[in-house]
Design a protein around this ligand. Structure first.
Ligand code: FE2
Length: 228
């Protein structure tokens, strides 16, 4: 059923020196100039979308470098609330982002990779080996979170899919204190990526992921979703 997606799956990948200091400054400028799309006070996160008609040359530079590494792809980001195409999403968060997957509501799409461009130097992203092929979902066992509304579906169905092995206590304490350890049952970490400005992290859209709890003040990242 998901054979076409699975065919393109692989290990996470980091591309070093994807942008120069001047280009990063430009990206931050773009971020500062864009209007806020979502301001979620509960999750302490602000989101802005990079509209494709805004600084297209810089987008082209980034896309070209990534295509060299992973081959051809199409952008697959949700549109802005005004219906404009988006190159990706800026997220400024003061709280670690919880366990989720960034798949698609359209099952006909051949999901491919997602990218993260760190724009602040302190942050970590935890990528799990576990994969999910349903709707974009935030995975939780917290009743308040399960009732919350957002772009993602809320669910605890992951606990039925993955083996109910206890999550590694040491890793929980080191990286994932913001998650209930029971919510991580059956999960196994594939990679903890330490944010570095100028790099880009690439991984499969079917992989569960979240921030680590090691966050200072706030972090800003830019993410892009793709399909084949
Ligand atoms: Fe994500």
């Amino acid at each position: 059923m998901h054979q076409k997606i699975k065919k393109n799956e692989g290990k996470p990948l980091v591309i070093k020196k994807i942008l120069t200091k001047i280009q990063i400054k430009k990206v931050l400028n773009i971020y500062n100039n864009l209007p806020i799309e979502i301001n979620n006070k509960r999750q302490k996160i602000k989101k802005k979308k990079w509209i494709t008609s805004y600084e297209p040359n810089l987008q082209a530079i980034i896309i070209k470098k990534i295509k060299k590494k992973i081959g051809n792809f199409k952008l697959d980001n949700p549109r802005t609330k005004d219906g404009l195409d988006s190159f990706g999403l800026f997220q400024e968060s003061q709280k670690p982002v919880n366990l989720h997957v960034d798949t698609s509501f359209n099952f006909k799409k051949i999901l491919f990779k997602q990218f993260l461009l760190p724009l602040s130097s302190r942050g970590e992203t935890v990528i799990f080996k576990n994969r999910f092929y349903g709707y974009p979902t935030t995975f939780s066992i917290d009743s308040r979170e399960l009732k919350a509304k957002g772009y993602n579906k809320r669910s605890s169905e992951h606990l039925k899919i993955f083996k109910s092995k206890n999550f590694d206590k040491k890793k929980h304490k080191k990286y994932l204190k913001h998650e209930n350890i029971e919510n991580l049952r059956g999960l196994e970490i594939e990679m903890v990526y330490k944010w570095k400005i100028g790099e880009i992290l690439i991984w499969d859209r079917t992989q569960l992921h979240c921030s680590s709890n090691n966050i200072k003040n706030k972090k800003i990242g830019f993410t892009v979703l793709t399909c084949k």
